[in-house]
Structures are given as structure tokens and as C-alpha cells.
Design a binder for this molecule. Structure first.
Ligand SMILES: NCc1[nH]cc(CCC(=O)O)c1CC(=O)O
Ligand SMILES: [Mg+2]
Length: 336
């Protein structure tokens, strides 16, 4: 009997009141994405005047070092605080132990020096792992079909030093070997790089979502088998807490969870338990998935980008590595 119902039957508390108009929604908004939260991953390749498209990552490019300043200027002009460099290493210099990772003139080091010269205030993050440099596409060295932990770490610590010397401000070990944070920290400190930060890919899962990235780097077709003996099982969550505990003990300054969107629960747990600077990598497969739907007209581009990124803030992230960094920075700039 609708007509006879008194108003008292309605709730006194009406959550919709705070959604009534734009100014109220602004006042009660709990989380906000800021350009300071964005890190832009870039791909660099050999050659001159190269700008190569990546088929499985529409909008992403591999650029040669002579184009990298112009490329990165976009991020600087938008106020993006940091970039992450990934080198596309030619097959001719790859080998079983990733020797090229230690070359002071490798692609990563040349790109890092060039960017640092042009933009001294921009943060440069350098991935440390052997997969861009090995002819088998694994992140470490192999013996009898096994990825060796400690032997790999001995190379990784030298790779980290090589990259710090070339201007990497933040070393980001993405290899998932045990003990590599401690080894890298000791090597950096022992060589006068005690202010070089470590952003550890701490909870990095053995994920299908890295496929497009491996295409971009050309390591996908090289990879024999999978990375399940070093990257984490997507079924595990408590194990991520133990990984974080260890990396913090070993001297990590920042913790990363990767991939992003399928692992928001891990981000939330890390944030609540450890209260340390926490980052997520919205990886290539997430980008490809969203871009595929956007390009088909199935999802609205701008709203999808922003909603996918605010999720990381809500989950507890300080920042996000995302291929959408420039798009998001533009949208934030034009918001008001
Ligand atoms: N160790 C290298 C590395 N660093 C970042 C990514 C993936 C990034 C992305 O998918 O966007 C990978 C690939 C992998 O571990 O196979
Ligand atoms: Mg670990």
C-alpha cells in the first residue's frame, strides 16, 4: 500500500545525497589519481630514426636512441615524474648468460645516459633481469634445464651497478631470484650508489598477461617453457606477504605487485600489512585487453583508462606503471 506508507518507513541515511551533485561528489571523493602517480614504460631499440609499432600493443612504440629524447619529452611536458626503460636487444648480441647486460654501452645504458642528459630531473627506472639479453628468454642462467638462482644473482648485481652508472635512479629487479635485493643493495652501496633506490618486483606472478611485452622485446618466441620456477603461482596470496617481508628486510625501498588489475587483492594486503610505498604494474596484457575493446568501440576510451587506474589508488597504491601514462596525464590536465 504505497500511498499509506509514512515517510518514517524510509531510511534517515540516504547515501545518494552525497552523490546529488558534482560539488558534493568532489567533496566526498576518497581517492584521486594525480600525475605524480604515473610511471611510463618505454621500449628502446637499435637503429636510426626508428619508431616501430608493436602489433599487440596498439599505440605503443619501440624508438631508437636518437628519437628517445623527443619521445620522453611528452612525459616531461605532462609532468609525469618517472619512466621505465626496456631495451629491445638484437639477437646478434644475446647469449646464454646475458653478457650484454653488463656492457656499459648497451642499449639500456645509452638510452639512460641520453635521457638523463636531456632531463636531469626525470626519474629513470631500470629493469634488472636477464631476459632481454639471453638467447633463451629466461631471466637467469640455465644449467641442465634449471634456472640457477645464486649464479644469476651474481650477474644481476653487476647489471644493476652497470645501469646505476648509466644514470638509472631506481633499480627495479624483475627477475624473481631469491636474495637479489640484498645482493644488489650491497653492490650499489659498495660502489658509492647508496642513494640509488630499489623498486623490487616483489610479488611478480607467472602470468599470461606479459605476452604482448615479450612480443615488444622479441623475447616471446625465444622462450622455452615457462617462468613458473621463479615467478609466483597466481593461486597464492600468503606467499606474497613472505616475499614482501624478505625484500623489505633486504633493503627494498619500494614494493611492486605485478600484474595489476587481476591482483588488486594482493596490493590491498601488502598496503595494510606493511604500509610501505607500493606500486603496481598495469602490464602489457592488461593494456592490450583494454585497448582491444576500446578500438572495437566496446568500451569508452577515456572512462575506461581512468577507472582502470583509480582502482589501483583504491587498492592502496602510491603509483602505477602504465602504458596509459600519457593518456591519463592528458586527461588529468584537461579535467577542469
Ligand atoms: N623480467 C622482465 C619483465 N619486466 C617486465 C615484464 C612484463 C611487463 C609487461 O607485460 O608489460 C617482464 C616480462 C617477463 O617477466 O616475462
Ligand atoms: Mg623474492
Amino acid at each position: 500500500m504505497i500511498g499509506g506508507m509514512s515517510n518514517a518507513a524510509y531510511p534517515l541515511s540516504r547515501p545518494r545525497r552525497n552523490r546529488h551533485d558534482a560539488f558534493t561528489r568532489r567533496l566526498v571523493q576518497e581517492h584521486r589519481l594525480h600525475v605524480d602517480n604515473l610511471i611510463w614504460p618505454i621500449f628502446v631499440c637499435e637503429g636510426e630514426n626508428q619508431r616501430q609499432k608493436v602489433d599487440s600493443m596498439p599505440g605503443a612504440e619501440r624508438v631508437s636512441v636518437d628519437n628517445v629524447v623527443e619521445h620522453v619529452r611528452q612525459a616531461v611536458d605532462l609532468g609525469v615524474p618517472a619512466i621505465a626503460i626496456f631495451p629491445v636487444t638484437p639477437m646478434s648480441v644475446r647469449d646464454a648468460v646475458g653478457t650484454e647486460a653488463l656492457n656499459p654501452d648497451n642499449l639500456m645504458c645509452r638510452a639512460s645516459r641520453t635521457i638523463k642528459d636531456a632531463f636531469p630531473d626525470l626519474g629513470i627506472i631500470g629493469d634488472v633481469a636477464l631476459d632481454p639479453y639471453t638467447d633463451h628468454g629466461h631471466d637467469g642462467v640455465i644449467e641442465n634445464g634449471r634456472i640457477l638462482n645464486d649464479a644469476s644473482v651474481e650477474i644481476l648485481r653487476q647489471q644493476a651497478l652497470n645501469q646505476a652508472r648509466a644514470g638509472n635512479d631506481i633499480i627495479a629487479p624483475s627477475d624473481m631470484m631469491d636474495g637479489r635485493v640484498k645482493a644488489i643493495r650491497e653492490t650499489l652501496d659498495g660502489n658509492g650508489y647508496d642513494t640509488t633506490r630499489i623498486m623490487a618486483y616483489t610479488a611478480k606472478y607467472a602470468s599470461a598477461f606479459y605476452g604482448p611485452f615479450r612480443d615488444a622485446l622479441g623475447s616471446g618466441s625465444l622462450l622455452h617453457g615457462d617462468k613458473k620456477t621463479y615467478q609466483m603461482d597466481p593461486a597464492n596470496s600468503d606467499e606474497a606477504m613472505r616475499e614482501v617481508e624478505q625484500d623489505l628486510r633486504e633493503g627494498a625501498d619500494m614494493i611492486m605487485v605485478k600484474p595489476g588489475m587481476p591482483y588488486l587483492d594482493i596490493i590491498r594486503r601488502v598496503r595494510e600489512r606493511f604500509e610501505v610505498p607500493t606500486f603496481a604494474y598495469q602490464v602489457s596484457g592488461e593494456y592490450a585487453m583494454l585497448m582491444g575493446a576500446i578500438q572495437n568501440g566496446w568500451l569508452d576510451r577515456d572512462r575506461t583508462i581512468m577507472e582502470s587506474l583509480i582502482a589501483f589508488k583504491r587498492a592502496g597504491c602510491n603509483g602505477i606503471l602504465t602504458y596509459f601514462a600519457l593518456d591519463a596525464a592528458r586527461l588529468l590536465r584537461d579535467e577542469h
